[in-house]
Design a protein around this ligand. Sequence first.
Ligand SMILES: [Zn+2]
Length: 393
Amino acid sequence: MLTLVAPPPPLSAPGQPDGAAAVLRAALTRGPLARSAISKVTGLSPAAVSRHAADLLAMGLVYEPDTPDGPPRPGRPRIPLDVDTSRHVAAGVHIAIPQLTYSLTDLRGRVVAMEQAPRRERPEQVLADIAEQLPRFLARRGRGRSVLGFGAVTGGWVDPEAGVLVENAALGWSDVPLRDRLQRATRLPIHVESHARALARAELLFGVAAEHGELVHLFVGNVVDAAIAAGGTLLRGRQGGAGGIAHLPVPGSTVRCPCGRTGCLQVTVSDRALGDAARAAGVAADLAGLVRAAAAGDARALELCRGRLRAVAHAVGLLVDMISPETLVLTEAVTMYLPELLGELRAELAAGAAARVHASSFGPHALAVAAGAPVLAAVHHDPLALRTARTAG
Ligand SMILES: [Zn+2]
């Protein structure tokens, strides 16, 4: 049953979520950090830092770690603050072709728990499975931590504002109202996001783009899409459509695309295409087998992997030329397990562009991190909003 309780009076003035977010961000990127240092970093007055710190402490988002001088004592101005990773978690599910990946991540984006389940075909079946599997996952792995919200992340065109998966051709899904359906089933705040943007959010908060906020994230899986961030803010585009690069032409490719053309990026370089090529060449039964064979030094497997990276390099070059980001992060299976092959891709690019290309900060945890990232992004963007949401929920 839902009980509505009047919210406690805020310690900070209403309409100032930016200050609390700035304090939390300073603790996230540089903590443990004394309040005086936070004041310097954020430009907030010492009084404002104290007020926001009190709010964040009360909410369990930051804590006062023991210092080498001994345990913290109230009233001492030099007691540092750090992000509290012990009390809250973000829950999430990543929906991919072969499986659902459930995860719990702490406030630093570190994976606390991860479990996978096979994915059934139709959206209704998958939503029913999530409604059934999530409570058990939380009961098994939550360890009494409070759940900040639930992220629902998948590849392709996703509208986070409406909470709708607009189109994921690889899944064969379109116009699925993920947020509405999951909100009813889970009673948690639901944050829907595309895989490419969810991982870009994680790179902005916890990864290579945390300092400068300028990023292009390119995801190559069964879906191929991009996310673009400037000044720490992600470009969404109309109905969340920004970054749809599935049909960029790849020179030399003759693969037919369902869109009617030939040589589109997604059909040329997707996981499915690479797995099919490995099977056709008799090198491996699937993508995982191909990567294993390449890791063992099989020349034909390595050449198939390199061929993919050369095709991806063309798209990387276009994105770097057009957007000129500080960093381009590539999340892709071959370089995830064989990072040395990133050199194959860099060799196709001009030197200036090559130096800005990095592999994902999250390696094999990318799916689990992506699932929780939209929840963590919302909390770090406006931590005080949680208090209102909890009191109302
Ligand atoms: Zn196409």
